[in-house]
Design a protein around this ligand. Sequence first.
Ligand code: PRP
Ligand code: ADE
Length: 178
Amino acid sequence: MSNYDIERIKGLLGTHQNFPQEGIVFKDMFPVFQDPTAVEALICNIVHHINSTYKEKIDAVVGLDARGFLFGPLIALRLGAAFVPVRKHGKLPGECVQATYKKEYGEDVFEIQKAALKEGQNVVVIDDLIATGGSAAAAGELVKKCGANTIEYVFVMELDFLNGSKTLDAPVYSLIHL
Ligand SMILES: O=P(O)(O)OC[C@H]1O[C@H](OP(=O)(O)OP(=O)(O)O)[C@H](O)[C@@H]1O
Ligand SMILES: Nc1ncnc2[nH]cnc12
């Protein structure tokens, strides 16, 4: 992706001090969706990165509740892969596996439907942002519990000062470093 596109996306991001808690600087990616050409550039970059880096067929894109759902299905469609949601507890019907995690502000429980991934499948985990890495690590744990392999963790934004990517058990690709 060109520096021009990166700077354009950075310029669209919202920044909110002390949200949702005192001391947190919240990066809001929803304003990026005001500019469809910026979204197109972002999705193309991620799909090109995955296609040019990995020989393995990607079977599924696993998106994290809720903002990972904005990017996951678009990327899955272009990769010819399934889209599988990881949701906060109590939202998914059927047999689920669970993982408890801590994130930059608070803690929660993630779930995935057991039947959504098959043993040995190759997965890319996608979210809008990595802060501490707690959410992504919990998603990786769920992928493992289903017997699938996380090939890569992909984020639109990474908050470098929190070193979240160092906690993950597979390569990390972040489009924008803040
Ligand atoms: O790296 P971490 O410290 O774990 O934080 C990152 C997570 O926090 C945000 O989601 P949030 O839980 O606020 O949910 P939302 O998408 O429903 O707003 C963000 O979209 C990531 O999923
Ligand atoms: N600073 C932040 N901005 C937006 N989403 C987040 N999720 C965790 N930390 C965040």
